[in-house]
Ligand binder design. Structure first.
Ligand code: PRX
Length: 636
């Protein structure tokens, strides 16, 4: 039990009321349970007009002491991380809290030996192996700012991020195993570095034994560097004293413009928020095995595989592979083998496993499961019931957790077994979260039983602090659409009982298999193909991915034939962004529906992509209404 764990509906109601009526007292009461080198001067100061928010200002701490050192007295030999490899025949690894702390200090010393200092940006591009967790925590130990990049991004995407963050240090692997594939991470980094001469050091951890080119003076092996630290003979690494509002990490995410932005989170508020939400949403009980299937390259992996669970002294599972390798029973094998208590995954994973039927669940002992969770996209009713009945055997509550990279942690969710779940609803706000729905003009819709754009009216500890290197962009994107509110970009319905149901993005952002992708970003990538004149990208409903990517492309002179050209365009997107952004459908068109002022009418393209051909709305304002007929008849 945690002193701030909510155990009844009444307590939720009370805590919620206290949290919004007197947030400073509420969060100070919770924060006292963490380890501080100095406590705060002021709990909260917030100015949404300027997008300036500070939590626990004046306090000093180090998040790794909260995640590791403070647990050692009681939990030294408890597993902190249980790691399950891609190949089930390889042995799993267990790192106790004591071992994890030792390794974090050791790698922190490696970073220091290589010149990394407080405030430096370190890019981490690794597969899901324990060394990834160690690298992240080692950065936090010495106050370096980590920027983890998901292994599915291309060299070009990495280079953009390295340049934006001015990151001079990289930690990577020779390669990564993902299902039957072996991804050559170091080779991709090498390509990225052709346009990033400012990078001083690349530390390469061995995993796949793929041949790699190690450049003299720049590239070093993780294992060699560890040996150097060992010969230096001092295993300790004193945790850097950080200000509450010092930057903990940058994580890039897509928005409605072509360029991903570096979402910045700071130390203290993020720590308190991820811990509090982890403990309450999942109702974690010490000793339980908690399995979050997300990759650390995304915010879910940061908040609910690492920082939330570790700061709570939990045992967190880390899985290197994919749900369908070697077969579609892998999650259930892992659950049985490690007696997983809590499983947190994405609707897209559930839908893809659902498509294989229930035979992969037969004979698997899932009786250890107590709580199921989902995140990343709306979960449809069919997938919800499949998960509830076949995985949870109709006895495990499902927490449908709505949040974003920018929110740092869970914002709207039921609390497992404490507040009721409701299929397809994230249900109620977390204490500290004051949601509101507004119409297009910014009027608040105060009643229940309404739909609108979802905003948050009050500051919460885990919220975004800035977008790296461009604070104005942060203010514009999140705080300028509606006065004195944080705008989420999501549409939302509130039922008659006050439960929230997120209906999807209302901006030009797609959610493909739970991955956020900007349509403008994909268009920019497509337009880089030498034959492309112009393109427009929209989403369409996809049975497994939730949303698929539909591209309308004006092309000048086919290369051999349409099919061939399609592959070329897909290859271009893979090169520019990464495999995750490949269009599912590419329709070649001779023009796009534009207004007289030259603006593409995406509403029409969206309807066509969705197959709603007879319900296109008003097309009379188009420059060339005839183009709509052509596009309709060529629909894929
Ligand atoms: O549209 C919402 C959707 O995912 C977006 C945030 O994406 P990202 O920053 O990549 O973070 C994903 C993991 C937190 C949101 O704007 N989303 C996230 N969770 C849910 C959701 N949509 C519906 N239900 C959810 N539970």
């Amino acid at each position: 039990m945690y002193p701030y764990q909510i155990t009844s509906e009444e307590q939720y109601t009370n805590d919620y009321r206290n949290s919004v009526e007197n947030p400073e007292k509420f969060w100070a009461d919770i924060a006292q349970y963490f380890s501080w080198k100095k406590t705060w001067d002021k709990v909260l100061s917030a100015d949404f007009e300027k997008a300036e928010v500070k939590w626990f200002a004046g306090a000093k701490l180090n998040i790794t002491e909260n995640c590791l050192d403070r647990h050692i007295e009681k939990l030294a030999s408890q597993p902190a991380i249980i790691w399950e490899p891609n190949d089930p025949n390889e042995h799993y690894r267990v790192l106790t809290y004591k071992e994890l702390l030792f390794k974090v200090k050791q790698f922190a010393n490696v970073l220091k030996n290589n010149g990394v200092k407080k405030g430096d940006r370190v890019c981490i591009y690794m597969g899901m192996i324990p060394e990834l967790a160690i690298a992240v925590l080692a950065c936090a130990r010495i106050g370096a700012i980590h920027s983890v990049i998901f292994g599915g991004f291309s060299a070009r995407s990495i280079a953009d991020r390295l340049q934006d963050a001015d990151a001079r240090f990289i930690v990577t692997c020779d390669g990564a195993f993902r299902g039957a594939k072996d991804i050559p991470l170091k080779a991709i980094i090498d390509d990225a570095l052709e346009s990033c001469p400012f990078v001083q050091r690349v530390i390469v951890c061995t995993r796949t034994h793929t041949p790699v080119s190690m450049i003299k003076g720049r590239d070093v092996w993780w294992e060699d560097e560890i040996k150097i630290v060992e010969t230096q003979g001092n295993p300790d690494c004193i945790a850097e004293v950080m200000d509450a509002e010092d930057v903990l990490f940058i994580l890039y995410t897509s928005g409605s413009t072509g360029k991903p932005k570096g979402v910045v989170h700071s130390v203290a508020g993020y720590m308190v928020w991820t811990n509090y939400t982890f403990v309450n949403v999942f109702q974690y009980t010490p000793g339980q095995i908690y399995f979050c299937t997300a990759d650390i390259g995304w915010i879910t992996g940061h908040s609910y595989l690492l920082y939330g669970p570790l700061s709570a002294g939990a045992t967190t599972m880390m899985f290197e592979g994919i749900p369908t390798f070697p077969d579609a029973g892998r999650f259930w094998d892992i659950t049985q083998k490690h007696k997983v208590d809590i499983l947190y995954t994405a609707p897209t994973a559930i839908r893809s496993l659902m498509a294989y039927g229930t035979s992969y669940l037969e004979g698997k002992d899932l009786s250890s499961l107590k709580v199921l969770g989902t995140v990343g996209e709306p979960i449809n009713e069919e997938a919800w019931y499949w998960y509830y009945e076949n995985v949870g055997k109709s006895k495990c509550p499902i927490v449908d957790t709505w949040w974003q990279t920018e929110t740092g942690g869970i914002m709207i969710s039921n609390l497992a077994g404490v507040t009721p779940h409701k299929p397809t609803y994230a249900t109620l706000p977390m204490p500290g979260v004051l949601p509101c729905l507004v119409d297009e003009t910014g009027n608040e819709l105060a009643d229940n039983g309404v739909s609108g754009n979802l905003c948050i009216k009050q500051a919460w500890p885990g919220m975004i602090r800035t977008t790296y290197g461009d604070h104005e962009r942060c203010r514009q994107t999140y705080f300028s659409t509606y006065k004195n509110m944080y705008f989420t970009g999501d549409g939302c319905l509130r039922d008659k009982d006050g439960n929230y149901r997120i209906t999807g993005r209302v901006d030009d952002v797609l959610n493909v298999s739970g991955h956020r992708i900007g349509t403008a970003e994909v268009e920019n990538a497509i337009n880089m193909h030498q034959g492309v004149v112009e393109s427009a990208v929209v989403g369409f409903p996809h049975d497994i991915k939730g949303q698929g990517i539909y591209a309308f492309v004006i092309f000048n002179g086919m290369h051999v034939d349409e099919e061939h050209t399609r592959k070329d365009v897909i290859q271009t997107v893979s090169r520019i962004i990464g495999a995750i952004a490949k269009p599912d459908k590419i329709q070649f068109v001779s023009g796009l529906p534009k207004t007289r002022s030259g603006k593409i009418m995406r509403r029409i393209l969206r309807k066509i992509a969705e197959g709603e051909l007879n319900n296109l709305g008003d097309t009379t304002t188009l420059l060339d209404p005839g183009i709509v007929e052509e596009i309709k008849s060529g629909r894929l």
